[in-house]
Design a protein around this ligand. Structure first.
Ligand code: 3PY
Ligand code: MG
Length: 264
């Protein structure tokens, strides 16, 4: 069975950098898989991406030797089961704000005895280059489980949440976190509450021996976060990269700015 190189890197204490795929399109997954990122997260939370398109993207990404991950639409057993059973190597789960919610993630993502994941499906084994029996026996060692800290409740309950066994990483959603602090959504800021919250998650993750991650807007921010000790870094998204470059060109040609922008 293939190894999940991203989980292995994080366990070795190394950084692992990827981006988000927000377009409901397998061609962009194929093209982005050739760029060089360690992993690509198919984004089902805020996009029109369906489970069917996501499954096709997981297959294309895995065949390219890149790790396919999925951000599920919400923290439910059904969402987690369907992306893992159709071949994602890991999940990113939004808005995990309590220990009970973190335990629900682990129950859905890990087979017994660690959790209660249901047995079934074919695509998971195919994407890992193995047979279902081997997959069931080894999936708990390969599936990457990432929970999101993106609300003040998650910051306040960080110790309770991040000590749940079976979690590999905590990923900060800076936009939602700013929003929950009563600030305008942003990838970064100098607001003391935000800076303190980010530092608290990093410290608590380290204490609990899991990787910390955060979504950033560009390469410079990724390097800064890696220097601080963050490991699981998402840089923008394929739509963000495309629109930022297109806007730059339109501006240089004096074509005006219609204001279209995709942050992630
Ligand atoms: C946020 O910034 O809220 C996110 O969910 C980033 O992925
Ligand atoms: Mg969010």
């Amino acid at each position: 069975m293939k190894k999940n190189n991203v989980r292995a890197k994080l366990q070795r204490g190394e950084p692992s950098i990827g981006t988000w795929l927000t377009l409901p399109d397998t061609t962009s997954a194929q093209l982005m898989a050739a760029v060089g990122f360690d992993w690509l997260t198919v984004e089902l939370e805020h996009t029109p991406v369906t489970f069917e398109t996501a499954a096709q993207s997981f297959a294309i990404i895995a065949a390219s030797g890149v790790v396919p991950l999925a951000r599920v639409p919400w923290n439910t057993g059904e969402n987690i089961k369907r992306v893992l059973d159709t071949g994602a190597y890991g999940i990113v789960v939004p808005m995990v704000n309590s220990r009970a919610e973190a335990e629900a993630v682990v129950n859905a993502a890990r087979y017994a005895p660690l959790g209660k994941r249901s047995i079934g499906g074919q695509m998971h084994a195919v994407n890992f280059g193995t047979d279902p029996g081997t997959y069931y026996a080894k999936a708990n060692d390969e599936i990457l489980v990432v929970i999101m800290a993106e609300h003040i409740e998650a910051i306040e309950a960080a110790e309770d949440i991040l000590s749940v066994p079976g979690i590999d990483a905590v990923f900060i959603g800076p936009n939602d976190l700013h929003n929950s602090l009563g600030k305008a959504p942003a990838f970064d800021s100098e607001h003391k509450e935000f800076v303190d919250a980010v530092a608290h998650i990093l410290k608590t993750a380290r204490k609990n021996n899991i990787a910390a991650g955060i979504h950033v807007i560009d390469a410079a921010a990724a390097q800064r976060r890696v220097a601080e000790g963050f490991q699981f870094i998402a840089v923008a998204s394929e739509a963000g990269f495309m629109l930022n470059k297109a806007q730059e060109v339109a501006r240089q040609l004096g074509l005006g700015n219609k204001g279209a922008v995709a942050k992630y």
